[in-house]
Design a protein around this ligand. Structure first.
Ligand SMILES: [Cu+2]
Length: 139
């Protein structure tokens, strides 16, 4: 006779990691609620950013998350003209903040370094007029 042993395996199915207590208290800067921050992540070979921005001053936070150098330029689609180009390429892992001011229109963000554009390293975005309520001289 063979004794049959039944093993009850109680799967400890607790999904989700416990919250780690490292709540880094980042200093909160006094920001203008109208200030617009746009992140642009660069990788091989993509450019990720919001597809729609308001016209006027925008702070771009560029991050090269790849392992190659990347550059960045903005092209106004209608006239196929470059309206801004980064001063120097971002090294792998580098972050940089730039402040720019766009007129409404249709644009393209491109990394044209070393054939990256041909590999798909570009994206389109639209700059829209800011709502009048945000433009006034309200302080
Ligand atoms: Cu690139």
């Amino acid at each position: 006779m063979l004794a049959t042993f039944m093993f009850m395996i109680s799967a400890c199915g607790e999904a989700g990691a416990p919250p780690n207590g490292s709540d880094s208290a980042a200093p909160v800067a006094a920001t203008d609620p109208r200030e617009v921050l746009v992140e642009i992540d660069m990788d091989e070979y993509t450019l990720l950013m919001d597809a729609s921005l308001p016209a006027g001053p925008v702070t771009f936070e560029l991050a090269n998350k790849g392992f190659e150098e990347h550059n960045l330029l903005f092209v106004l689609v209608e006239s196929d003209s470059t309206v801004w180009e980064i001063e120097s390429r971002l090294a792998p892992g580098e972050r940089r903040t730039v402040m720019l001011d766009f007129e409404p229109g249709e644009y393209k963000a491109v990394c044209n370094f070393s054939g990256h554009e041909d590999r798909g390293m570009f994206t389109g975005f639209v700059v829209r007029e800011r709502p009048a309520s945000e433009v006034g001289s309200a302080r």
